[in-house]
Ligand binder design. Structure first.
Ligand SMILES: [Zn+2]
Length: 294
């Protein structure tokens, strides 16, 4: 194993990190202390931004293209309602900011449940879709550039976002400063220490640089939260409702021809099923409370 020196872990600062794997010409390293995995060197910012063009949100039709013109069914926002149930144990209303809100499906569900919604999205096309759906201004920027003022928010959410960030610590520090003293942060991300991730190794469906730059585990998440002034209060491995179309897309991406065979079988079966409920216990959903001011 090659040890990179001097390369400090971007999460805990430990100076010993080992090369683990190369994927799509990106090298992934692992910190010997907190075991976070991360892409190094990272692509330049301009290239990261290019990933999130209009096509990104159409891959495998993953992101709900909810529209005010169509009836929005409960089955279209099942994951969002699961997340809201966790939030409502701590906050039943208030000012909520969803960072990386994509096309706005979570904010749509949050509004129905009585939250004052705000969105932020770096993809211009997705921000526009969300604005149209929600009839609000969705900021087209990163969290550090937000117009929200310090200690003005009750809830900050980041659904499958922190693994995309170039500097998760800076973003969580900013989230801390935006939250009121009793505010909460709620997010989901992949767990590279999960059985499924270890079993699938380099084929793990979330090991996808350069979209994903960080691969967390419970220890590194806990540390990241602590360093950003949060206390982890609960975490879960929730089931996820996945579009069959997206699942086939991911299988084709990961397994090539084998994935194509699955797609053919699905077509032959004549199934009209739009979603399936999956739980590979490799996605962790965390609720954390602001514990000190950053
Ligand atoms: Zn570390």
């Amino acid at each position: 194993m090659n040890s990179v020196n001097p390369l400090n872990c971007p999460i805990c600062g430990f100076e010993k990190c080992d090369f683990k794997i190369e994927k799509k010409s990106f090298s992934v390293y692992r910190c010997r202390s907190c075991f976070v995995h991360f892409v190094y060197p990272q692509p330049v910012k301009a290239d990261v931004f290019k990933i999130y063009d209009a096509d990104y949100f159409k891959r495998g039709n993953k992101y709900s293209q909810l529209s005010v013109a169509q009836e929005i069914k409960r089955e279209d926002v099942i994951n969002e309602l699961r997340w809201l149930r966790k939030i409502k144990k701590y906050k039943t209303s208030g000012k909520l900011l969803d960072c990386g809100c994509a096309t706005g499906s979570f904010l749509y569900a949050a509004k129905q449940q009585g939250f004052e919604i705000n969105g932020l999205e770096i993809s211009n096309s997705a921000a526009q879709s969300a604005s149209r759906l929600l009839n609000i201004h969705v900021e087209n920027c990163e969290l550090p550039q937000t117009r929200h003022s310090a200690e003005s928010l009750d809830v900050v959410t980041l659904w499958d976002v922190i693994e995309h960030l170039q500097d998760p610590r800076a973003v969580l520090d900013k989230a801390n400063s935006l939250l009121k003293p009793d505010g909460i942060i709620v997010f989901s991300t992949g767990d590279i220490s999960s059985l499924w991730a270890r079993f699938t190794g380099r084929y793990w469906q979330l090991l996808t640089p350069p979209q994903h730059l960080f691969f967390f585990n419970p220890k590194s998440i806990q540390l990241l939260l602590k360093l950003s002034g949060f206390e982890l209060v609960e975490w879960h491995y929730l089931s996820k409702q996945v579009k069959v179309e997206f699942l086939i897309f991911k299988m084709m991406e990961a397994f090539g021809k084998l994935g194509n065979i699955a797609a053919v079988f699905y077509k032959i079966s004549g199934s009209k099923r739009k979603y399936i409920n999956l739980n590979l216990h490799d996605i962790i959903t965390c609720v954390a409370r602001k514990s000190k001011k950053k």
